[in-house]
Design a protein around this ligand. Sequence first.
Ligand code: DAH
Length: 338
Amino acid sequence: MNEQIASIQTAALELIAAASDVRSLDDARVAVLGKKGTLSLAGALIKDIPNEEKAAFGQSLNSARAAITEALEGKQQALQEIADNAALSGIDLTLPARALPTGSLHPLTLIRDEAIRILRRMGFALADGPEIEDEYHCFDALNTPADHPARNEKDTFYFDSGKLLRTHTSSVQIRTMESSAPPIRIIAPGSAYRRDEIDATHLSVFNQLEGLFVDSDVTLPDLKGTLEYFLREMFGTSTEVRFRPHFFPFTEPSFEIDVKLQIKGQAPRWIEVAGCGMVDPAVFESINATRKDNALDPEKVTGFAFGMGLDRLAMIRWGIKDIRLLIENDVRFLRQFA
Ligand code: DAH
């Protein structure tokens, strides 16, 4: 090997061996193989060498470059290993991994989804309507006279504009009948708002699930059968259900539905879960007057409607005594549904 190149190689290998970190190793690489590095400069001399010696010189150059490159790579690996070990020292890799906290669905979401699942199996489709409503959709179209107590400022949140926060999801019945024609079979879960005094069974924001079925021959037994089936699916096949005559302006006849709550060690009691009834022909009539196709002619269509309290259903399902637990987001409460 060319003597000059041999000494460059020796010096380079010493430099590499002495490098104590990635940075000084890089400096060594530049000092030898960089544009102005020792080996590169030596290589440039090849043009001054007599032709017959060029081949041997070139070979020396190549073998020096190969040896230096190999040394650089080996050293690079060794230094990396040292750095990795330093980073990992003090960490016990045999410890179990930290558990990722996972959330769970809120009981109201669980009960709503279950109610939707049951009713969809019976052919009900989801419908929706605004929470900020006008008096027409919340009251007038539902046959509720201007002097009805529910329309009182003490009971309903009104905006200055005259709009209001819907007091029930029944307004979705009207919006659906305005925009579609029978057969109509919809459910509409959502929030409702009342200026109620807050206590263990009342909140000013609560959740309802509205239902509406309109067709040419819907009868009271359809209503009873649908809701009894629903409540037994929800609470078990032996659940006792009671229809109590009641009054709602938009249904005739009207009922409130009670479910018998049996908790071990407690006397059984009836809990109201829903209002329902056969759609009052006056409701069909007023909507029909606004459409041109006469599709809601009260002589031709009948229907039933119901509105359930989802918070109530959840309270019965899990024996929750205070409705406020549903909005306080206390994790000790919520974890029980995980
Ligand atoms: N909207 C009534 C309420 O909030 C509940 C209700 C009763 C809904 C009878 C209905 C119905 O659809 O037919 O108290």
